[in-house]
Design a protein around this ligand. Structure first.
Ligand SMILES: NC(=O)c1ccc[n+]([C@@H]2O[C@H](COP(=O)([O-])OP(=O)(O)OC[C@H]3O[C@@H](n4cnc5c(N)ncnc54)[C@H](O)[C@@H]3O)[C@@H](O)[C@H]2O)c1
Length: 250
C-alpha cells in the first residue's frame, strides 16, 4: 500500500522545513520529486539530502507568486521526469512575520500573505491540472494552518486570510475535478518543529499545550501526504484534515 513508484510529484517551498520533510517522505515511497523553492540553493541542498537517503529528487526553483514562472517550472520538470500528477502546495510565509493586530497593519503588509498563501496555490493548481486531466489521475494537497480554520488573538489575521482562502478554493476545486480522477485535500497544521530535539523540548507554553506532549515534525506531515498522494486515497477528497497533536480546532 501507499507505493508511489512511477509517480512524479512537485512540492513547493521544499528547500527546508515541512516541505523538505514532505518531499523526503514522497521520495522514500518511490516518487520522483520536484523540489521547488524560491531560493535555488535551498532546493539543490534538499535534493542532495534526499538523494543521499536513496530518493530521486530534482530541483525546480521558481517563485509561486509568478504565474508565468510557475508554468515554465512545471514544463521544465515534466521534460526531465514526465508529467507531474502529485502537487503539494507547501510554500508559505510563516505567521512569525505577521504577529501584529490587523488594525496596526497596512495594505502593503497584507499583499505577501495573500500572494504566497493564496495566489501561489491557485497558480500551481492551474499549471498542474492539464497534465492531471490528461492522465485522468491527480492528487493535490495544500498545506494550511489552524490559523486558516480557527480565529486566534495572536495577530495572524492576514496569514489566516490567505490560508483560509486557499482552503475554500481547495474544497471547490475538489468538486470541480471529482469526476476526473483528481483529488484535492488540505492539511491544517498545528505547531511544527524542524527536528525531533526541538519537537520534544516543549520549551515554550505553546509547545507544552499540545495534547500529545510534543510539537509535530516534518515527517508527521510527510506521512499524511504519502497517504493523500496514494492510489488508495482516491475516495478522500474535498477535506481539510487537522494535523496538530490533538489540539482543539474548529
Ligand atoms: N512550521 C509551523 O509550525 C507551521 C504551522 C502551520 C502551518 N505551516 C505551514 O507549513 C508550510 C511550511 O512551513 P515551514 O515552517 O516549513 O516554513 P519555512 O519558512 O521553514 O519554509 C518555507 C519555504 O518556502 C519557501 N518559499 C517562500 N516563499 C516562496 C515562494 N514565493 N515561492 C517558492 N518558495 C517559497 C521559502 O524559501 C522556504 O524555504 C507553510 O505553508 C506554513 O504556512 C507551518
Amino acid at each position: 500500500m501507499f507505493d508511489l513508484t512511477g509517480r512524479v510529484a512537485l512540492v513547493t517551498g521544499a528547500g527546508q522545513g515541512v516541505g523538505e520533510g514532505i518531499a523526503a517522505c514522497l521520495a522514500a515511497r518511490g516518487a520522483v520529486v520536484g523540489v521547488n523553492d524560491l531560493v535555488p540553493e535551498r532546493a539543490e541542498a534538499a535534493c542532495e539530502r534526499i538523494a543521499a537517503a536513496g530518493g530521486e529528487a530534482v530541483p525546480v526553483p521558481f517563485d509561486v507568486t509568478d504565474h508565468d514562472r510557475v508554468v515554465a517550472g512545471f514544463a521544465r520538470l515534466a521534460e526531465t521526469t514526465g508529467p507531474v500528477t502529485i502537487l503539494v502546495n507547501n510554500a508559505g510565509i510563516p505567521p512569525t512575520m505577521a504577529l501584529q493586530p490587523f488594525r496596526d497593519t497596512t495594505p502593503a503588509d497584507w499583499a505577501p500573505y495573500l500572494a504566497v498563501n493564496l495566489l501561489g496555490v491557485l497558480h500551481c493548481c492551474h499549471a498542474a491540472l492539464p497534465a492531471m486531466r490528461t492522465a485522468a489521475w491527480g492528487r493535490i494537497i495544500t498545506i494550511s494552518s489552524g490559523a486558516g480554520t480557527a480565529g486566534t488573538h495572536l495577530g495572524v489575521a492576514t496569514y489566516g486570510a490567505g490560508k483560509g482562502g486557499a482552503l475554500s478554493f481547495m474544497r471547490n476545486l475538489a468538486l470541480e475535478e471529482a469526476r476526473a480522477g483528481i483529488t484535492a485535500n488540505s492539511v491544517a497544521l498545528g505547531l511544527i518543529a524542524k527536528d525531533r530535539a526541538a519537537a520534544t523540548a516543549a520549551v515554550d507554553k505553546m509547545a507544552a499545550s499540545v495534547p500529545v506532549g510534543r510539537m509535530g515534525l516534518p515527517t508527521d506531515v510527510g506521512a499524511l501526504c504519502v497517504y493523500l498522494a496514494s492510489e488508495e486515497a482516491g475516495w478522500m477528497t474535498g477535506q481539510t484534515l487537522q494535523l496538530n497533536g490533538g489540539s482543539i480546532t474548529t
